[in-house]
Design a protein around this ligand. Sequence first.
Ligand SMILES: CC(C)(COP(=O)(O)OP(=O)(O)OC[C@H]1O[C@@H](n2cnc3c(N)ncnc32)[C@H](O)[C@@H]1OP(=O)(O)O)[C@@H](O)C(=O)NCCC(=O)NCCS
Length: 123
Amino acid sequence: MLNRYRKSYEKIAMGLLSFMPQEKDLKVLQETIRKYDSDANWELYLYKKDDDYIGLIGFEKQEQQWIVRHISVDPSHRREGLGKLMVQQLAELDVTIQIKPCEVTEPFIEKCLNAKEEADMHV
Ligand SMILES: CC(C)(COP(=O)(O)OP(=O)(O)OC[C@H]1O[C@@H](n2cnc3c(N)ncnc32)[C@H](O)[C@@H]1OP(=O)(O)O)[C@@H](O)C(=O)NCCC(=O)NCCS
C-alpha cells in the first residue's frame, strides 16, 4: 500500500531514492528530498509491506499530468511486480490524471503503461 511521505521517513526515503542512477551523489539526494519536502507540486509515496518500506514512487504534478520523477524498489524485493503495482496504485489515486514518465523513468514507466494498455484492450 502507498503511504504519503512524511519528514519522519526521510532516511528510509533517501535510502530508496539512492537506488536511482542520478541520485548517487549525497548533495543531489539531499536536494531531491528537499524538493519533495518543500514543493507542493512534488509528491512522494512509500510502499509498505508488513512493517517494511520497500518501494518508493515520486512525481511532479503538471496540470492534468503526473510526471513520475522517481521509482525505486529495494533490491531484495525486485522482480516481484512491486514496481508495476506502485504505478498502478498511483494511477488509481486520481483516475482523471495521466501518468507520464520523465527522461530517467521512461524505460520502466513506458513498460508499465504499455502493459496496462494491452490489458485494457483485452477486457
Ligand atoms: C525499475 C524498478 C523500480 C522495477 O521494480 P520491480 O519491482 O523489480 O519491477 P516489476 O517486478 O514490477 O517489473 C519487473 C520488470 O521490469 C523490468 N525492468 C526492471 N528495470 C527496468 C528498467 N530500468 N527499465 C525497463 N524495464 C525494467 C524487468 O526486466 C522486468 O521485466 P519482465 O516483467 O518483462 O521480466 C527497480 O528495478 C529499481 O528500483 N531499479 C533501480 C531504480 C531505477 O533505476 N529506477 C528507474 C527505472 S527506469
